[in-house]
Each structure stands twice: as C-alpha cells, then as structure tokens.
Design a protein around this ligand. Structure first.
Ligand SMILES: CC(=O)N[C@H]1[C@@H](OP(=O)(O)OP(=O)(O)OC[C@H]2O[C@@H](n3ccc(=O)[nH]c3=O)[C@H](O)[C@@H]2O)O[C@H](CO)[C@@H](O)[C@@H]1O
Ligand SMILES: C=C(OP(=O)(O)O)C(=O)O
Length: 430
C-alpha cells in the first residue's frame, strides 16, 4: 500500500485515563452510506457525525473521481454529496486500493452508468479476503464480470450490468459489505430480491435505514433474510451516522488497560455484543446512562477466552485490542480468530514489548500477566495499530508505533482524544 507519508505515534505509558470521550461516527456505516449517496440521481445527501478518518478522505476522493461533488466539512463532521452527474465508472487504483470500502461504490456505478471498472480494492491485509459473494450476487442479477491484466500487470475487474433484475441471492457466510452491496444492487433493480444469510451488524441496519429514507423498499433487516423490492429512483436525504462500536470498544479497553474510568458519549453497550460480556468477565464495570456508557476497572484483570464471530458474536475488529489487554491478565487467555486468517501479526509486535504469546494457526494463547515495556513496533493493519496504542498506554517507557496510517484509516483524532483523558501520546507525520 502506498503510504504517501509515514505516520508514527509515540506513547509514554503508565498513566490512568479519566474523563469524558466522544465516540466517533462509525467507519463501517459511513462508507456504505457514501456508496448509497451515489445512487441518488437528484439532490444532495447530507451525512452527519462523519468520522474524520483517512478512509473517509479516500472515499471523498473516490466520489470525486467518479464525478460526484463531495465536500467534507471537518469541523462540522458533515459530508455533503451531490451525485446528480456521475461521469466515470472507473475506481482508480491509486485511491481504491487504499481502502476496502471502495468496493461499496460498485452498485451505484452499475445502476447509474451500467458498468464498474475496479482497478484495485484495498483494506487491511488480513489474509485472504474474497469478494466472490458480491460477484456471484451481481451475476445472479444479470451482470457480467470479467477480469483482464493491465499493462503494469495489475488485475482489472470489469462489471457490466444492463438492467439489473431481482433474484434469490445468498452469502455463504454473513458478509458485512457483501450484504450491503447486494442490498444496494437490489434497491434499484427490477423486481424483488431475497438475500439469504444476510449480515446482522448494526452498521448494516444503519445502512438499511438511510436507504429506506431514500425510498428503497427493504424488509427483514436484522434477520438473516432480507427482501428488497426494486424502485425506480432514490432521493438524497440527511442522515446521522451511528456511533462506532469498535472505537467505543477500544476506549473501553483503554480504561481497562490503564485501570482508569471513562464516560463514553455515544457508546451503546448492546452494540458491543458478546465483547461486553467478555470485558465484564475480565473485570470491567459498565453502567449505561442513556447515550453515555460509564466504564471503569478497579480489580486485577482476569484472563479470557475469545472466539470471534459475526454480530452479535465477538467482533473480529476487537480481537487485536483484547489480545493487548489480555497480556496483563492474571493467567492464560485463549483467542480463536474465525473470520480472518491473517490477523495475528500483532503477536510479533507485542512480543517486542515483552508479551508471551503462542500462535498456532488461527488460535493464540496469551500467557499473562506480563509487564509490557516500550519498544518500536509496527501497525500491520488498523486494529493492530489500535492494539499497539493500548499496549503503549500500559507499557513502561516509550512505545513508537510506525506505519500508523493504518490506525488513521479508522480512528479519528486518536492522540487528541487520548491526551484529553490524561494519556501521553503524540502523532508525528513526515
Ligand atoms: C468496510 C467494512 O465494513 N469492513 C468490515 C467488514 O469487512 P468485510 O465486509 O470485507 O468482511 P466480510 O464480512 O465480507 O468477511 C468475513 C469473511 O467472509 C469472507 N468472504 C467475504 C466476502 C466474500 O465475498 N467472500 C468471502 O469469502 C472473508 O474472506 C472473511 O473471511 O466486516 C469485517 C468483519 O466483521 C470487519 O472486520 C471489517 O471492518
Ligand atoms: C478490516 C477492517 O477494515 P476494512 O474492511 O475497511 O479493511 C477494520 O476495520 O479493521
């Protein structure tokens, strides 16, 4: 992945965190919503509570590359998109290969321009990340998918859709973006679509909510079966992006790893799914008061057994953070990663800080407690980055996290928000 510039975070550990922190808008909700906004052929979409993260900046660049007008008002955390004229079906590699969410632009391009040309799809390198459920779904709706190799050797995928028509679609496993893409493809297709084994994530439901407001006819969200009646047109609306449950979970763990107490504004315990129960078992105390979630940890941390799963199971995006937390637990913790096959590079980095972690395929055993010490470590992916920040908060001395563009992909104002809670953390970019 081309970085543009090198980003580093320096963390000096050992401070307890106290105070109030604002949970950002959800990365995995806003990205499909930007894709959805491109389906509105009239008016302007206004998205509120937009997280100011690198993935959103890339999505804005990509929206412009296909011809939309997009303005990100950072102070207001508001994104305004006018997609009345889309001009190019090409998702250029230099932007699209920097974030996974680029693939969520495909349904809009198919409906508006009859084709999509995908020069690259990015996202965190977490092992194999197929898109076959998406392609198979588009094909069942009448699209053709071809691949050719460009002069520079890169594979380019061309999807052509005359008129997409509804049908019976499925995901082999309940894919998050797969479900969103098939819903968006079905929303403007002719006839009725049934999507079986649909994902249940809250972000999928938030995306259904904006599409319904735009005029889409979708039912069954939150069950494994989603039905979509195609409509002729979608209109631009205003929508507030839901809070980011992964960002919330990381701040819960920041309180836990430093033995502090925090008020998380915008966090919903229910959205943490099984992760909330696991954190409680480790010794975190939760108290939900309206939209504010109070968290604290006073006792020693207990070890944990984690199995990642689709929502409401333990979110894979919180697996790396809890690996960092479990380094401090009083005994061995067991982590079984079921969603991605390449998400344990973090273990090597945590070992540099003094952790004792045994990895066997997609299972890890974390032998706690180990006092962590500062080191120079690398963020191999976004959640590896957030886990290393957590480890740095608890470590003795200074931790330098390199390749931190990945962290900035998904977390907004990390250094500012943590500093306000009492952490010693700075961001450097050159
Ligand atoms: C932008 C976004 O929303 N990203 C999230 C989304 O990624 P993403 O939507 O890419 O993740 P999926 O739910 O699609 O992937 C889950 C599993 O299904 C497999 N699979 C998926 C699609 C497909 O066509 N074929 C296939 O085999 C993947 O390789 C993976 O093993 O959900 C993940 C799992 O909750 C999160 O970690 C990501 O943060
Ligand atoms: C895997 C992640 O994101 P993406 O799907 O955007 O790469 C993530 O958010 O940890």
């Amino acid at each position: 992945m081309s970085m543009g510039h090198e980003v580093r975070y320096r963390v000096r550990g050992g401070r307890q965190l106290h105070g109030t922190v604002f949970v950002q808008g959800a990365k995995n909700a806003v990205l499909p919503m930007i894709g959805a906004s491109l389906m509105a052929s009239r008016g302007r979409t206004v998205l509120r509570n937009v997280p100011i993260i690198e993935d959103v900046r890339r999505a804005v660049e990509l929206a412009r590359a296909v011809g939309a007008k997009a303005e990100l008002h950072e102070t207001e955390r508001t994104l305004v998109i006018d997609a009345s004229s889309l001009t190019s079906p090409v998702l250029p590699a230099d932007i699209a290969s920097r974030f996974r969410g680029s693939f969520l632009f495909v349904p809009a391009l198919l409906h508006r321009l009859g084709e999509a040309v995908i020069e690259g799809v990015g996202g965190c390198n977490l092992g194999s990340r197929n898109l076959d459920f998406h392609y198979n779904g588009f094909k069942r709706m009448g699209a053709t998918v071809t691949e050719h190799v460009a002069d520079n050797g890169d594979g380019i995928i061309h999807i052509k859709a005359g008129d997409l028509r509804g049908g019976t679609l499925y995901c082999d496993t309940p894919s998050h973006t797969g479900t969103e893409n098939l819903i968006m493809a079905a929303a403007l297709a002719h006839g009725t679509t049934l999507i079986k084994n649909a994902a249940l994530e809250p972000e999928v439901l938030d995306n259904i909510a904006i599409l319904q407001a735009m005029g889409a006819k979708i039912s069954g969200g939150g069950t494994g079966f989603i039905t979509v009646e195609g409509v002729d047109e979608l209109t631009a609306v205003e929508h507030t992006v839901m809070p980011d449950r992964i960002d919330a979970g990381v701040f819960v763990m920041a309180a836990a790893i430093t033995g502090g107490d925090l008020n998380l504004v915008g966090a919903t315990l229910e959205h943490l799914g099984v992760a909330a129960d696991k954190l409680e078992q480790m010794g975190v105390e939760f108290h939900q008061q309206g939209a504010v979630l109070q968290v604290r940890r006073e006792r020693t941390l207990r070890p944990i057994n984690v199995i990642t799963d689709e929502y409401p199971g333990f979110a894979t995006d919180l697996q790396s953070p809890i690996m960092a937390l479990s380094c401090l637990a009083e005994g061995p913790s067991y982590i079984y990663e079921r969603i991605f096959d390449g998400r344990f590079k973090l273990a090597d980095e945590l070992r540099k800080m003094g952790a004792d972690i045994e990895v066997d395929g997609n299972r890890a055993k974390v032998n706690g407690p180990r006092g962590l010490r500062g080191a120079e470590v690398e963020a191999h992916d976004l959640r590896c980055g957030s886990a290393l920040v957590l480890a740095g908060l608890a470590a003795e001395g200074e931790t330098t996290i390199t390749s931190a563009y990945y962290l900035d992909r998904g977390h907004a104002h990390t250094a500012e928000r943590l500093s306000q809670l009492g952490a010693d953390i700075v961001r450097e970019a050159d």
